[in-house]
Design a binder for this molecule. Structure first.
Ligand SMILES: [Zn+2]
Length: 237
């Protein structure tokens, strides 16, 4: 058993001699991939062996060909999906985690300000503050009034607040947009990969079924021949 694992076989595509476990019989290669290999490696024989690296490369080119024929051109996202498929990597990632870690101090402050500025808590607190300010400056004794009617200081404070709040909220919104874009790109990649993997599995299952039928008819043929032989022998007796 051990010796069969250690024996090396020559790959019919790249010509390298590799261990048995890294090779696959060419008869197991799906017709779609065999067509790709036929086109790119005319010296390739469908009866020999092929290494798993060449098979993965052929699979990548097959899928690339499918995508190009459907869309005309591949985007950077499509290429990243193809790369992850050929490297057997998982593609799904949590956008919340990667964006949460990458936030700078300024980003975190902008998020907090935008979060508070867009809440009922802010509206109620601010309304209370305005009412207290105006009531005090109308009702208090004249010497205590620091901003008498028509509240010029309050106006200045409000316009300064608005001037700072708008860009802070815009910063937070821009970050949110970036996050949304990253999330939709991630969704697209995961969906495309799942679609391609399912198609790949379909082709594999079709191929397996076909091979199984071929084997079954072969076995049936052998059984028929054996039965004929037995019948002939009996007749002779
Ligand atoms: Zn090879």
């Amino acid at each position: 058993m051990k010796s069969s694992q250690n024996t090396t076989i020559e790959c019919g595509v790249c010509g390298r001699s590799l261990p048995h476990r890294r090779m696959l019989s060419c008869s197991m290669v799906r017709p779609q991939l065999a067509a790709v290999l036929d086109k790119e490696h005319p010296q390739w024989q469908r009866t020999g062996w092929i290494c798993l690296d060449d098979l993965a490369a052929a699979r990548r080119r097959h899928i690339e060909g499918l995508l190009v024929s459907e869309r005309g051109e591949l985007s950077a996202l499509d290429r990243s999906v193809l790369d992850s498929m050929s490297r057997n990597e998982t593609l799904a990632r949590n956008i919340e985690d990667s964006f949460g870690d990458a936030r700078s101090f300024g980003d975190r402050v902008a998020d907090k300000v935008a979060q508070f500025g867009g809440s009922w808590g802010f509206i109620i607190t601010f309304s209370g503050l305005l009412v207290v300010w105006m009531a005090f400056n109308v009702l208090a004794a004249t010497i205590w009034q620091f901003d008498p009617y028509p509240f010029i200081l309050l106006n200045l404070l409000l316009s300064s607040l608005a001037a700072f709040q708008a860009p802070i909220i815009m910063m937070s919104q821009r970050r949110q947009e970036e996050k949304d874009r990253a999330r939709s790109e991630n969704d697209y990649r995961v969906n495309l990969k799942a679609e391609l993997e399912i198609r790949h599995l379909h082709e594999k299952i079709d191929h397996l079924l076909m091979r199984q039928w071929e084997r079954l008819t072969e076995i049936q043929q052998i059984q028929l021949e054996l039965m004929e032989d037995i019948a002939n022998e009996r007749r002779r007796k």
